[in-house]
Design a protein around this ligand. Structure first.
Ligand SMILES: [Zn+2]
Length: 67
């Protein structure tokens, strides 16, 4: 999935799937015995919670133009 603006060198390493917001706290509903909300942390499956991706190198096979 790509955003409305193309990646630049400034933001090329930010994960395009989560846009850098790699993890979120999610309440499961209900509370524990101490009255605290039951919360889990969900990580972005694309970057595994890091918020960054390695820059994708263009493959030389993509550069070939059919003549
Ligand atoms: Zn991500």
């Amino acid at each position: 999935m790509t955003g409305p603006t193309p990646a630049t060198t400034a933001n090329a390493r930010i994960c395009p799937d989560c846009d850098g917001f790699a993890s979120a706290k999610v309440t499961l509903g209900g509370r524990d015995r101490r009255g605290h909300l039951r919360i889990i942390t969900a990580h972005c499956p694309a970057c595994h919670g890091t918020g960054t991706r390695t820059a994708r190198r263009p493959r030389t096979s993509d550069w070939e133009v059919a003549a």
